[in-house]
Design a protein around this ligand. Structure first.
Ligand code: FAD
Length: 384
């Protein structure tokens, strides 16, 4: 099936199930259960799972487009689906036969939801320096101890792809491993329910891990892959899931304000807002801002899918640029739509609150521009 046909099917779910659930997701801070279930039932759980394991085998470009479509209806649904795909891509990257059978095939069958748990309270925006410990267990396998924070899909996923330090009690912060922790394992405990300003359906909760016993088969890749995962898998997929979702939010805000300008007619002179040249000009600027960001995201992800090593910088730029784009577009849309947008629970109210997470979700905008600066100065991206 072509990507466009696949996306048409996804759009049907977005415009029916996700659209219907979106107001409740925000109002009640409800995890997008109906939306995620519908996506899984229609086979989208395996969006980035290789075809030989029963999935769609989509890459970054497909992920950007899918999250954009979902993000137009609900930021939380876009991100929750996106985080599942990021966790899945981490498993796909170096999947063993055991991991294909136990994780990828159930994911493709819509029976297993996963997600990514990188951030920690101790290291915050510097999520690439995990402090969660992974120790060799005397009875085989590993023991995990630590704390994760802001785990989207927290409490609703079947597994959590976690970053940890290397397998050594004396491991330094550059030694990095990835493991899959399964829901229900002894020693995991969830913090309070998520009650965010925006992205209210994300269920981005804290997770504590106390002596969690992990089978050897739940280690992703080889010990010592370390930062390979960050730049080859986490960064491209995580950044793209966010870029697509925030692009969708920007487009949704644009659509609201365009309709408002067309439909608002003054009674005293019969002039509609769309006939006022200053407003035409400002709407044109919003369109250009969104379009150039869209083209950057599409270009970056297509280059990555073609295997171009230079794509990584374009992907880093995409998320920094979309964060600026979405915050500026929704702010400006608020002004152009006048008082009706400023009411509690207006569509733009939700979009404004959702958009604000774009700058602070890691890698944050400031950190991304710093990485880009270091890269173009021929310096290592991460400080030592
Ligand atoms: C809605 C939402 C969903 C999330 N979902 C997930 C998830 O699913 N999985 C996950 O792992 N994480 C997730 N996160 C966490 C997120 O990715 C960030 O890691 C987290 O928000 C960092 O927050 P902090 O308060 O610890 O930031 P801090 O580390 O306290 O940083 C505060 C500010 O300082 C800036 N700063 C810090 N150091 C530097 C520096 N060297 N240079 C420039 N600026 C710097 C940061 O950019 C930031 O603006 C989510 C966050 C949110 C808000």
């Amino acid at each position: 099936m072509s990507l466009e046909t696949t996306l048409d099917q996804l759009r049907q779910i977005a415009e029916s199930v996700v659209r219907a659930e979106a107001p409740i997701i925000d109002k009640e801070a409800k995890w997008p259960q109906n939306s995620i279930k519908a996506l899984q039932q229609e086979g989208f759980g395996g969006f980035v799972v290789p075809q030989e394991n029963g999935g769609h085998g989509q890459g970054l470009y497909g992920l950007a487009r899918a999250c954009e479509i979902l993000g137009e209806e609900s930021g939380s649904a876009g991100l929750c689906f996106g985080m599942h795909c990021v966790g899945t891509a981490m498993i796909v990257a170096k999947a063993t036969e055991h991991q294909k059978k136990n994780f990828l095939e159930p994911i493709a069958a819509g029976e297993h939801l996963t997600t990514l748990a990188l951030s920690e309270p101790g290291t915050g925006a510097h999520f690439y320096y995990p402090q969660t410990q992974l120790l060799t267990s005397s009875s085989g396998g590993f023991i995990v101890n630590g704390e994760k924070t802001f785990v989207s899909n927290g409490g609703y996923a079947d597994s959590y792809v976690l970053s940890t330090m290397g397998v050594d009690p004396d491991a330094t912060q550059h030694e990095f491993s990835c493991v899959v922790v399964e829901e229900g394992m002894k020693g995991i405990a969830w913090g309070p329910e998520w009650d965010g300003l925006g992205m209210r359906g994300n269920s981005s909760r804290s997770l504590s891990l106390s002596n969690v016993a992990l089978p050897e088969g739940n280690l992703l890749g080889a010990q010592g892959d370390q930062l390979w995962y960050i730049f080859q898998v986490v960064a491209p997929y995580f950044l793209t899931a966010m870029s697509g979702t925030y692009l969708g939010i920007a487009q949704a805000a644009f659509d609201v304000v365009r309709e408002h300008l067309k439909s608002r007619v003054y009674r005293h002179n019969g002039v509609s807002l769309d006939q006022i040249s200053l407003l035409q000009h400002r709407l044109g600027m919003l369109w250009a801002k969104i379009e150039r960001t869209r083209q950057l995201i599409y270009h970056a992800t297509q280059q990555y899918d073609k295997g171009d090593p230079a794509a990584v910088l374009a992907i880093l730029s995409s998320k920094a640029e979309v964060a600026n784009c979405v915050v500026e577009v929704v702010n400006e849309a608020m002004t152009l739509a006048g008082g009706i947008a400023y009411r509690d629970n207006s569509r733009l109210d939700v979009l404004l609150r959702d958009a604000r997470a774009a700058h602070i979700m890691g890698p944050t905008t400031d950190i991304l521009y710093t990485w880009l600066g270091r890269a173009v100065l021929d310096q290592p991206i991460l400080d030592s």
